[in-house]
Design a protein around this ligand. Structure first.
Ligand code: PDD
Length: 285
């Protein structure tokens, strides 16, 4: 892999060093984004920047640099890393203090780190070329601020690990009333009788950029019905289709939940249409 970006400079990953006193390291005190790009073209850059700004505001931090400066960094990382199928990870932590003290310090400079990593090839609306995902389910045991894209990801990591221990791909999460929240690293949609349904935004889930773009695209296109409403896990289990959405996966069809088939156990027809629309319009969002 080519260069990474750390605090204003580009360098090989092996030369990128931060202080162990960095609050990102000590407290997980930071915000991050993952922005996808294919053959040098970014998907959803503007909404990713809006969410970064909102997340930083929520934890009392300013944007570390202007959006056009961030874009210059991101574009250079893409070029220097081969401009293939790349995710750009961008991380802003509060920075390194001289002591370990919980309160927000005033005189530290933010740490800004970004690197490019390979993501799967650009998804296509073709059942024969798509992987069917398998999931397990679990009560959501994370914190009550899941709308903040915080680098404190231990709750998500532990839930993702449940899926790995079960030999599947993801863990779908539900609240203490058995209502769907999201998955450990994706948002969740279901399809029932031709209607696409996803939980509304709240502090229980991340406002996923892929989720938001998909809803906008569905609204503008108008050929598929969709609803944002609370979804009980009984509905998830009896859904005709389940999808996971995230920047590195776009819309991923789920074919098995807790060892049982989703619908007929095959990738669904509504997924095919939705991924087709997403592929058609994603660079315009
Ligand atoms: N994960 N929910 C959670 C908890 C997530 O971590 C993510 C993204 C999403 C989907 O958001 P978006 O569509 O903006 O990628 C939902 C990223 C990719 C990650 O942590 O690697």
């Amino acid at each position: 892999m080519g260069s990474v970006f750390l605090n204003g400079e580009f360098m090989p990953m092996s030369e990128a060093k931060i202080s162990p006193m960095d609050r990102g390291f000590l407290f997980g005190d930071g915000i991050y984004e993952v922005i996808p790009s294919y053959a040098g073209k970014l998907v959803g850059f503007e909404p990713h920047m809006r969410r970064l700004e909102t997340g930083l505001q929520a934890i009392g931090m300013p944007m570390p640099m202007g959006i056009s400066a961030i874009k210059t960094v991101v574009e250079r990382l893409i070029v220097e890393n081969g401009a293939g199928n790349l995710g750009i990870y961008l991380h802003v932590s509060r920075g390194a203090d001289v002591k370990r003290f919980h309160a927000y310090p005033t005189n530290v400079s933010q740490t800004v780190f970004a690197f490019a990593f390979e993501i799967p090839a650009e998804p296509v609306a073709d059942k024969s070329k798509s992987k069917g995902f398998k999931v397990v389910t679990s009560e959501d045991l994370r914190w009550k601020r899941c709308h903040i894209k915080s680098t404190s990801l231990l709750g998500n990591v532990m839930h993702f690990q449940q899926s790995q221990s079960a030999g599947v791909n993801e863990t779908i999460l539900y609240d203490d009333n058995a209502y769907l929240t999201e998955a450990s690293s994706c948002n969740v949609f279901i399809v029932k009788d031709g209607v696409i349904i996803t939980p509304p935004l709240s502090e229980k889930l991340l406002p996923g950029i892929t989720r938001g773009m998909l809803l906008d695209i569905l609204k503008n296109d108008g050929s598929l019905s969709f609803e944002e409403r609370a979804v009980h896990m009984d509905e998830v289990r009896s859904a005709d289709e389940i999808w996971l959405t995230s920047s590195s996966k776009e819309i991923a069809p789920v074919i098995e939940i807790d060892g049982l088939p989703v619908g007929d156990g095959q990738i669904g027809d509504i997924w095919l249409k939705a991924q087709g629309l997403f592929s058609q319009y994603k660079y315009n969002e």
